[in-house]
Write a protein that binds this ligand. Sequence first.
Ligand SMILES: Cc1ncc(COP(=O)(O)O)c(C=O)c1O
Length: 355
Amino acid sequence: MSKFWSPLVSRLTPYTPGEQPKISKLVKLNTNENPYGPSPRAVAAMATEIGDNLRLYPNPDAEPLKLAIARRHGLSAAQVFVGNGSDEVLAHAFQALLKHGVPILFPDITYSFYPTYAGLYEVDYRAVPLAEDFTIRAEDYLGHGDTIGGIIFPNPNAPTGCLLALDAVDRILAGNSGRVVIVDEAYIDFGGVSAIDLVTRYPNLLVVQTLSKSRSLAGLRVGFAVGHADLISALERVKNSFNSYPLDRIAIVGATAAMEDDAHFEQTRNAVIASRGKMVADLTTLGFEVLPSAANFVFARHPQHDAAGLAASLRGDGIIVRHFTSARINQFLRITVGADEACKALIDSLRRHLA
Ligand SMILES: Cc1ncc(COP(=O)(O)O)c(C=O)c1O
């Protein structure tokens, strides 16, 4: 706290990202990174760009990337927005589309950056409790009329991994035609059906995705949103009042090549999905209760063992997972699905500690 801080800065509660440890030997299963490398075509494109072009500013609209995303989803470039990680896209969306002087809705257990953005942009919100089984109930988001200014939720939700079926997303959209509904699909490629196909039917829908997870490019920081051109142009207005070049040249060429490499995408996401199946089976055998996951992580609790204690034991074995301390979920561990060797290290360590 300092007298030089603005009142807004004094009130902020900044987001705390998962730990990025300095020790290299750790088995890192705490921030939902992909265990496999990005597309070799993306790596080659980035190497060429570094050699040839960094002297020059990037394309301010990241046009080649927008076109690649639009092509993949059968849309036009005017329906695509790109940003420096989906976090930046989400931040702009809070300011551009959710700030209407009435509260927005999001789940009580969800991506913890939402309340942070709400604080930064002074958007009031109501946290809607998840059902007993930790799923989102579509009905809770219906019938509020103009008392709410918008809705945002991840699908699959984080940190639970639970998926909301597309027909339920459809019902939320149909019942909220007067406000924007943002579906944050950071993990959708690991087991859900994207709402992107609903974009042409619903001018109030913004779908946000990232290349950090299923495209293995967390370090590059690229995310995107698709929606009606009017929603995209609101995001562009904020972006162009903030930073003309949020995506650098390396990010534009790397992300474009990654979006075009379907074979690598399919192979790596299927490998993660297969490892998730094995991880869930192994955890269940050890007595864990594992929520049904459509993501590249699982959310699990053990009826007889304290989650904080388990996280500490794992850490003692050089394995880090994420443990949240908020009341409803403080007995859960969120565990990223790693490569098979990392999953085996996790299960071996837990087996020893449970015994
Ligand atoms: C639900 C959700 N949305 C968005 C993000 C942000 O991802 P990125 O900024 O890497 O695109 C994350 C990151 O973990 C997430 O869990």
